[in-house]
Design a protein around this ligand. Structure first.
Ligand SMILES: [Zn+2]
Length: 377
């Protein structure tokens, strides 16, 4: 039996939870759902886990063309299918990309005018209304937290990677079934797990006042550092998979505090067409450097994080995460990931415009972002 938790949105959590998704469609009044996925999710048989649990007439169609980083172009294609098939709601199945793409479709299907006018940095937050189409998110990785997050990150036709942010963008339901992550390979388990850890750390360090979110972030951090090495080493470790899925959810539940420098830098890096860089891997590489940079701005919080991860009060927290990265097979540097050095200046510019900048605990400017990138290079 899956647990029912209501916090920000309604979450169905537990092994086998996806078998009960028809109840969620009914509760939201969705009679024909467009499934948004990607080729990998289809190949892994995860779309079938949903379609097997729902009467055929309730599925309008399957869009499997989500790219590794969501684009406006792909969202418009999915929107065409949504309209052609007479869909009245969406089920996103996958990691952050299909979930973010489905959020963009839910917005486009119900909001007139140019898509970029709804971007957060262009003043779009108050323009997004409750009319957003109903969406059920089914995460198949344990990392992004997008299933309970209010943002969709989308690369526009002109190359800008922008955040579309509103409480109305939070999926109306999240169905979190750890069984869907059992087949995830070690590399992706590690990368998505480090994304979850970076969410817990960055939201915890954000200066916005929100003690309940901070308590959630610390609990998520504790669970993730305890279980990620186990989940990477043995993908069939049911307990570790469950812990990682709930830790990823924790990270998403605290997005309302805002993220920081790690995400400000990894967002424009993820918008590059070449090389295509994984969001979670980028965050893993950036994390130790950003931790060193921010420490002076939040010493009390660093003490709490040392306690939570189980190291001595005078131990090096950044060094702890460098060791964790090495244990789970993450690369050490951006150059190792294939980033050319000449990509750094435009990324610094993009990072400073990111919506995560204001909630980094220490002020960011061009010199500090460049120094962080050089350190990680
Ligand atoms: Zn992230």
């Amino acid at each position: 039996m899956s647990a029912s938790i209501s916090y920000l949105t309604t979450i169905r959590f537990g092994e086998g939870a996806v078998g009960e998704i028809d109840e969620d469609l009914g509760a939201l009044g969705i009679s024909r759902a467009l499934i948004v996925a990607d080729a990998g999710v289809v190949a892994a048989g995860l779309v079938e886990r949903v379609t097997d649990a729902v009467p055929a007439e309730r599925i309008a169609g399957v869009f499997d063309g989500t790219p590794s980083n969501p684009t406006q172009r792909a969202a418009e294609k999915a929107l065409d299918l949504y309209r052609e098939t007479g869909a009245d709601g969406l089920i996103a199945i996958g990691g952050g990309s299909p979930i973010d793409l489905a959020k963009a479709v839910a917005l486009m299907a119900t909001h007139e005018g140019p898509f970029d006018s709804y971007a957060a940095v262009l003043g779009g937050i108050p323009r997004i209304t409750a009319a957003v189409a109903p969406l059920i998110a089914v995460p198949t990785t344990a990392g992004t937290g997008s299933e309970v997050g209010r943002a969709a990150l989308v690369t526009l036709d002109d190359g800008r990677k922008l955040g579309f942010i509103s409480p109305h963008m939070i999926p109306n339901r999240a169905v979190c079934d750890p069984e869907l992550t059992y087949g995830m390979p070690p590399g992706l388990t590690a990368a998505t797990g480090m994304d979850a850890i970076s969410h817990c750390i960055e939201t915890y360090l954000s200066p916005r006042f929100n003690p309940p979110a901070e308590a959630i972030a610390l609990d998520g951090l504790a669970r993730a550092v305890a279980s990620l090495p186990k989940a990477v080493e043995d993908g069939a470790d049911v307990g570790a998979r469950r812990e990682m899925m709930i830790a990823a959810l924790h990270g998403g539940l605290t997005f309302q505090k805002g993220l920081g420098a790690i995400h400000a830098i990894s967002h424009p890096l993820g918008g590059l067409e070449e090389p295509s860089l994984h969001h979670g891997t980028l965050n893993a590489v950036l994390l130790p450097h950003v931790l060193r940079f921010n420490e002076a701005a939040a010493p009390g919080k660093y003490a709490a994080m040392r306690e939570v991860v189980g190291i001595a009060p005078d131990a090096d927290l950044a060094g702890y995460f460098e060791a964790l990265n090495a244990t789970i097979g993450m690369p050490k540097t951006l150059s190792e990931m294939g980033l050319p050095r000449q990509a750094i200046p435009p990324i610094v510019e993009g990072a400073l415009k990111d919506h995560s900048v204001p909630t980094n605990p220490r002020a960011l400017d061009a010199a500090s972002v460049k120094a962080l990138m050089e350190a990680a290079y």
